[in-house]
Design a protein around this ligand. Sequence first.
Ligand SMILES: CC(=O)N[C@@H]([C@@H](O)[C@H](O)[C@H](O)CO)[C@@H](O)CC(=O)C(=O)O
Length: 300
Amino acid sequence: MSKLGGVISALLVSYNSDGSLDEAGTRAIVRYNIDVNKIDGLYVGGSTGENFLIDTATKKRIFEIVAEEAKGQVALIAQVGGINLLESIELAKYVKSLNAYDSLSAVTPFYYKFSFAEIKEYYNKIIEAADMDMIIYSIPLLTGVNLSLQQFEELFANPHIVGVKFTAADFYLLERLRGAFPNKLIFFGFDELLLPATVYNVDGAIGSTFNLDAPLAKEVFAKVKAGDIAGARVAQTKLNNFIDQVLANGLYQTLKESLRLAGVEAAMAVRPPMSQLSAEQKERAVEIYASLKADLDSLA
Ligand SMILES: CC(=O)N[C@@H]([C@@H](O)[C@H](O)[C@H](O)CO)[C@@H](O)CC(=O)C(=O)O
């Protein structure tokens, strides 16, 4: 097991055009992250893995093949959350049985307006079932769940809750959390806002675009650590030039196409109801990847 921190890719998963899991392709994405991106860890089963679009058996298989392929070389976090607590418990137990993951993570349950007491119970039940550490996945923009400082304090009172994946632009809350919980892990989740989060001394970042641009994200961390804010801004601007274009062309689809252009052999389809890239979007992806590549090469 590795120490958690640094730049962690929210793992992209390759699907075949019929929607089934492309196992070999997904393994190739894991290898690219470890061998080329030199990533510090992988966040498996997140939004980026299209996790909320797949069945339980496929989720388990992804946890399994990632563990096999990563071979203990990087930290692994398994996102097991959703709105079906029984499934989350089943997944958490399964992850525990693999004996390869450093921590669980679970998104705050969404869609129904769950009370804070219900949310707390959800985390406690998953943790109890697997006897593993837990990182809260907070992404209010998509879940509608805004945890307050006091609510984080209540959740963090459970020693198994070791941190949060903080995907929000609320820098006031981030600053308060960092100050109040120096011993909890804070992973930032918006790649385009990495620099300001880094200044608040987060322990790391978990993001989708790091499957491609991790060396630039590492540069942001390194420059801030060295006190070179101007240098960090240059790296963040390069990151954002890529992120901007990817968001405009279709996020996960363009990231996957970029990996293919980088030489990763995989089917790289997305799960419906997401749509595949059109021919025009594919052409655009070629330009997007070329400009990222130039920025990555300039680092080397
Ligand atoms: C909704 C989403 O995809 N958010 C990403 C970001 O990395 C995001 O894609 C990026 O900042 C571009 O907006 C991560 O926070 C999500 C993530 O880590 C995950 O659960 O896969």
